[in-house]
Ligand binder design. Sequence first.
Ligand code: FBP
Ligand code: MG
Ligand code: MG
Length: 335
Amino acid sequence: MSTKISLTRYLVEQQRVDGLIPSQLRLLLEVVARACKGISQAVNKGALGGVLGTAGTENVQGEVQKKLDIIANEVLIEANEWGGHLAAMASEEMDTIYVVPNRYPQGEYLLLFDPLDGSSNIDVNVSIGTIFSVLKKPEGLAGVTEADFLQPGARQVAAGYCVYGPQTTLVLTVGDGVAMFTLDREQGSFVLTQENVRIPQDTQEFAINMSNMRHWDAPVKRYIDECLQGVTGPRGKDFNMRWIASMVADVHRILTRGGIFMYPWDQREPNKPGKLRLMYEANPMSWLVEQAGGAATNGRQRILDITPTKLHERVSVMLGSRNEVQRVTSYHATL
Ligand SMILES: O=P(O)(O)OC[C@H]1O[C@](O)(COP(=O)(O)O)[C@@H](O)[C@@H]1O
Ligand SMILES: [Mg+2]
Ligand SMILES: [Mg+2]
């Protein structure tokens, strides 16, 4: 009989056997996973749990909040604030950082999250998720400020997401490849179901919101136009398209079978670099994709090399199968 490896055991091995993560980081990741289990339960109850619909409030980015956006945010904060691993947290749903109250022990890590990704899919029962990223608080100064969070994604010490779909799957990197864990609801634990996740270098599948086509920049238009020409066009092959409108679900597909995902800058709001959030969405997903052998750029630069200038910074995103990301990035250099 094969032994099932739980997330806890996997993390202990990463800590003890491989020396990859300190014990505080291991404990922090276990708490995040526990919070995701709680969110998964709320998601599963749906209309029975009264968790669908809007909350009647807006977040700092002017987006209407769904009840689950707020519930997921609270679950993550309540689970993490007292554990002693964290100095502060930042979330897509909060105006500014949440410093761990001084009645609790203070830790050395910073946790960032998109508590509920794919909010437009909650009420229609389509996959949604939680995306998280962990940074280390810069050493030296006492206390913690927003500036401590403004580190390039290359400095992440852990990143992952949990997708609440037909299965609840937690996907994680601590810088040693990507591992996937499926929630065993009977046991109440995440079980390792795939290690050494690899994204194929080539693909015939792209993910982009095609309704924005008329607003895109020339390099993105060229790339998609060439894909659409199929086997008789310059690419010499047919492409398929998928767009779930939950980044977690689109990225999960790409980690599973390859593909390219793009949410590029567009002309509707020319001063906004993109729709997606650098710190809560692009950085953790880019690191996961790179760790699985893929690539992630904003069209001009590796996403993980961008130094954020503000907490809720936006970014243009192109990630997935390496050869396709390199191709669309090269079009930006020439057009
Ligand atoms: O509705 P659009 O414009 O296609 O945008 C979809 C994108 O927006 C997002 O939903 C943003 O995430 P939130 O639900 O966390 O705001 C991404 O997950 C997704 O890729
Ligand atoms: Mg999101
Ligand atoms: Mg969100």
